[in-house]
Design a protein around this ligand. Structure first.
Ligand code: 2AM
Length: 186
């Protein structure tokens, strides 16, 4: 039984990735350790599916195709650290966004309805910038938030992503993309 590690995500255009990468550089230069995310891997997870049997990928594509959601704007704001003993997870958040939560809820419900086992935690949208980060004492988070100000992107598709471990790191590839829009309007 072949299994693949999957998640659903919003990917960003090059300009947004490059702006976020500048923020990562600032954290990096103010940290004593951290495994920082490469610009090409930056994303916002909608749902983590975990290890899924390969034959179920078609069902996931169908679920994605059945989601009704118009394109919407996403504004990056807030920054923070999830505290961990081995070093923290550094993240950027997004401004309150009803369209994002509604999209995530629709996906979550449809996936549950089709028997996928999902994490039962409240959705906390975040873009991970680094893991195992030990930032210098007194580092001012508002600097990151200042740099994130005005990063706005239009979300017009959602992606099914495959995650693989290779050469001691992780790589992500897009398995399937679903443009947002109402059925019949595409
Ligand atoms: P994270 O950045 O907060 O680790 C691929 O691993 C994506 O799925 C990441 O964005 C990751 O979020 C997210 N994810 C959510 N739950 C996960 C889990 N239990 N294991 C690994 N990744 C998870």
């Amino acid at each position: 039984m072949v299994k693949i590690r999957l998640f659903l995500a919003i990917n960003f255009n090059d300009e947004v990735k490059s702006r976020i990468n500048e923020i990562i550089s600032l954290v990096k230069s103010n940290s004593t350790q951290g495994r920082f995310v490469g610009a090409e891997q930056l994303h916002l997870t909608l749902e983590f599916l975990g290890e899924v049997q390969r034959h179920r990928v078609d069902l996931i594509k169908k679920i994605m195709d059945g989601i009704e959601s118009s394109p919407f704007e996403l504004e990056i704001s807030k920054a923070g650290f999830f505290k961990r003993s081995e070093g923290d997870v550094c993240w950027l958040g997004v401004k309150e966004n009803g369209a994002l939560f509604s999209l995530q809820k629709k996906l979550h419900q449809s996936l549950l309805g089709c028997g996928f086992e999902l994490e039962d935690r409240a959705y906390k949208p975040h873009i991970t910038l680094g893991r195992k980060v030990k930032v210098n004492a007194g580092f001012d988070l508002s600097k990151l938030e200042g740099m994130a100000e005005g990063i706005i992107t239009r979300v017009d598709k959602i992606d099914l992503m495959k995650s693989e471990f290779s050469n001691g790191g992780v790589s992500y590839t897009v398995v399937y993309s679903k443009p947002l829009g109402w059925p019949g309007s595409l």
